[in-house]
Design a protein around this ligand. Structure first.
Ligand SMILES: [Fe+2]
Ligand SMILES: [Fe+2]
Length: 181
């Protein structure tokens, strides 16, 4: 019988990694939006904290690694697209700061989380329809990029949640994504 080679965990390419993040955070927004009327303040704080941490790490790996790679690869309309994306990130960060400093029992808290979800939905749609298809057409090495992003993500997540419960809803299954080699 042929000897089996050691199986490495599948390493997502850069776009898959980002799409998985988008899906995971959208799930949390959905949970919050549908359930917030019945949640305790601590449940709200837990979910909102996870959302904020995930988005903080996600926007950071995009800004540090993915967007600069798109600029370097000179994808179509890269400068305009990246500038727009960064403005959208900034709007998200402003709301994240309010949520992290806010009280879940306050009148605005639910609105901040729900509006953040709407911003992110819009932003994600632009990434999926305008940026990712151009990146796929480019000659960027998406495996290598994905590896670098996964490593940076692990490092940033390792700094721990600023609020909230921890890593159980990290849909990316980060620990499994990064293979030290
Ligand atoms: Fe983004
Ligand atoms: Fe994104």
């Amino acid at each position: 019988m042929a000897k089996r080679t050691t199986r490495k965990p599948a390493m997502p390419d850069a776009i898959k990694l980002l799409k998985d993040d988008h899906a995971a955070v959208e799930k949390l927004f959905d949970k919050y939006e549908k359930g917030h009327h019945k949640m305790s303040d601590s449940q709200k704080k837990g979910i909102a904290g996870e959302i904020c941490q995930m988005l903080t790490v996600h926007t950071q790996i995009e800004e540090e690694i993915f967007y600069p790679a798109c600029l370097e690869a000179e994808i179509k309309e890269a400068e305009d697209l990246m500038a727009e994306a960064k403005v959208e990130h900034q709007s998200a960060k402003d709301l994240i700061a309010k949520i992290e400093g806010g009280r879940p029992g306050s009148a605005e808290y639910d609105a901040w989380v729900i509006v953040l979800g709407e911003y992110i939905k819009h932003h994600v749609k632009e990434e999926h329809t305008e940026i990712f298809p151009e990146v796929r057409k480019s000659d960027l090495d998406l495996k290598d990029l994905g590896m670098r992003m996964a490593e940076r993500k692990e490092e940033l997540m390792g700094q721990g949640p600023r609020t909230g419960r921890g890593k159980d809803t990290n849909g990316g299954g980060l620990g499994r994504l990064v293979q030290a080699s």
